[in-house]
Write a protein that binds this ligand. Structure first.
Ligand code: AKB
Length: 315
């Protein structure tokens, strides 16, 4: 990876991944793009271009101008937003991905795009969901993710594009808040614990989903992109996870630091239906076997770090 182009680099993953890649590969070698500009180091401290991923010519132009050899495609609509606007989701999530794969094909570039636990559905085994299993999601986001996994497989088999991917669980981070996802409640809970000492969860008690702290997610992307290709038997996409947790588990972890924190529930049926269609826990053995996937954060040390970092941010 000598010159890396990122799309969606002001999003939840992109803002932290861009900075980590710049540290590792050199600021000038990481070209951040997003549909908007913002006052963030991603824009101000390195190469940045405004880019709409549905415009393939504009994407090809940026990739050619910077002579990129790696594309990390992150721009996407998350699950809850996609359910509210399925047509927009299809256009952005599918046409954006197709365009990014085409640019990778033309340039012979290495390629990463994230899939999600959203690629599973109600008929998928719910506990310790295996790498290879039934994938019949009933959300537009899930349909996009399964189609995206297949499309990446196709570009690998048919055109030899070096496509790599993981199925991310809910990601927890303090730098940039997620927007429009089903697992966002976990991030909101940390903010509200510090701001109000209380959180009302839109996801019901006892609803388990996989989660991961952003530093582990960034490490997973870098480890997978640097992995020896001859070890990778699965091109799209690897199950990865750090924990399976329900709202009350986050509350208990927060209460170890803020004993007066309280949690109650006002369930949003639309997002609850999405959560209920996803696995309780997924099995990441294949990622461990094929590229040594590992994590540094469990619920407790993630909670400690989140609260420390957020306290500084909100001060
Ligand atoms: C969402 O909730 O939509 C995302 C995801 C699990 O893909 N965080």
């Amino acid at each position: 990876m000598n010159k890396i182009l990122l799309t969606g680099s002001l999003g939840q993953i992109g803002s932290e991944l861009t900075m980590a890649l710049r540290q590792r590969y050199g600021t000038d070698n990481v070209i951040a793009t997003d549909i908007r500009r913002a006052d963030h180091p991603v824009v101000t401290d390195g190469p940045f271009e405004t880019l709409d991923v549905t415009d393939v010519e504009a994407m090809q132009d940026v990739a050619d101008r910077y002579d990129v050899d790696t594309i990390i495609h992150l721009a996407a609509l998350l699950s809850a937003k996609a359910e509210n606007n399925p047509q927009l989701a299809w256009n952005l999530n599918m046409n954006g991905l197709m365009n990014a794969l085409e640019v990778a094909r033309v340039r012979g570039a290495k390629f990463f795009t994230p899939s999600s636990i959203g690629a599973f559905g109600p008929s998928t085994p719910k506990k310790q969901t295996p790498q290879l299993t039934l994938q019949r999601p009933n959300t537009m986001y899930g349909v996009n993710k399964v189609a995206g996994e297949l499309l990446c497989d196709y570009y690998f088999e048919r055109f030899g594009v070096d496509t790599r991917s993981v199925r991310f669980p809910g990601l927890i981070s303090y730098d940039t808040e997620p927007g429009g996802g089903t697992t966002d409640y976990a991030v909101e809970m940390y903010y509200e614990a510090l701001k109000q000492g209380h959180y009302t969860s839109y996801i019901a008690e006892g609803t388990y989903m996989d989660m991961m702290y952003m530093p582990d997610a960034v490490k997973a992307i870098i480890d997978l992109m640097e992995a020896d290709p001859s070890r990778l038997k699965h091109r799209n996409a690897y199950n990865v996870t750090a924990m399976s947790a329900a709202p009350e588990d986050f509350a208990r972890a927060i209460q170890k630091h803020l004993p007066d924190f309280t949690l109650d529930y006002d369930v949003d049926q639309a997002r609850q239906a999405i959560a209920d269609s996803w696995p309780d826990s997924i099995d990441a053995t294949t990622a461990k076997d094929e590229w040594d996937f590992s994590i540094d954060y469990d619920l407790d040390n993630m909670t400690e770090d989140m609260l420390t970092q957020l306290k500084q941010k909100l001060a």
